[in-house]
Design a protein around this ligand. Structure first.
Ligand SMILES: C[S@@+](CC[C@H](N)C(=O)[O-])C[C@H]1O[C@@H](n2cnc3c(N)ncnc32)[C@H](O)[C@@H]1O
Length: 197
């Protein structure tokens, strides 16, 4: 597997009108996450890193959040704009270089798209992008159908071990409202950024 950089991801979007991960709509686990007691008090300003065609970002905007959708692949951001207009603030940028801060981060298939050796760095950056009390909401795969990734599976235990360095874990459990194509393979995590992380 070569480096999974901007060129790698952008070439997939350019060669495939609808990449395999794109569900042409928001993931049902977004609603499941927002309904969790752990997400009560989530502030209005959210980021969606690795937003792809932006379905989750647009759904969050529809629910009344101010949303920044970030993806470093130009074709992804172009596709997001075409599909969802300007209800979301789209940023074509590497998530690791973004300096804005948010009340919450919705992570759906971005953590699991990262090379596993970048996970700790990724979580550290997510924690730094959160304002005090900010929440990291994530849906991840504990099982993938076509290894090796991306996506890269992560066990609940490993996700906890990595995340608890930067976050107070408020919720960690299997998803119950997955898209049928992903049923039984996803789990949810909600963490509150630890002070000073
Ligand atoms: C598997 S796709 C998922 C896209 C979208 N979340 C979805 O579910 O349809 C992973 C996305 O993360 C983006 N990505 C990966 N690393 C990134 C980085 N460092 N900064 C910004 N975007 C990144 C890729 O361009 C790709 O669009």
């Amino acid at each position: 597997m070569g480096e999974m950089d901007q060129t790698y991801w952008d070439s997939i979007y350019r060669e495939t009108p609808r990449p395999g991960w794109d569900m042409d709509g928001p993931t049902p686990i977004l609603a499941e996450l927002l309904d969790l007691p752990a997400c009560r008090g989530l502030g209005p300003d959210l980021a969606v890193p690795g937003c792809g065609f932006g379905h989750d970002a647009a759904e969050l905007a529809r629910r009344g959040f101010r949303v920044t959708g970030v993806d470093f692949a130009p074709s992804a951001i172009q596709g997001a704009r075409q599909r969802h207009g300007e209800q979301v603030r789209w940023r074509q940028e590497d998530w690791f270089t973004l300096e804005d801060t948010f009340d919450g981060i919705f992570d759906h298939t971005c953590f699991v798209a990262m090379a596993p050796e970048r996970r700790a760095e990724y979580l550290a950056h997510c924690a730094r992008r959160l304002r005090p009390g900010g929440l990291w909401l994530a849906g991840m795969f504990h099982t993938v159908t076509r290894p090796p990734g991306p996506p890269f599976a992560v066990s609940l235990e490993e996700a906890r071990r990595l995340a608890e360095v930067r976050f107070e874990i408020l919720h960690l459990d299997h998803a119950t409202r997955s898209h049928p194509r992903r049923a039984g393979r996803e789990f949810l995590m909600v963490g509150r950024a630890l002070p000073g992380s």
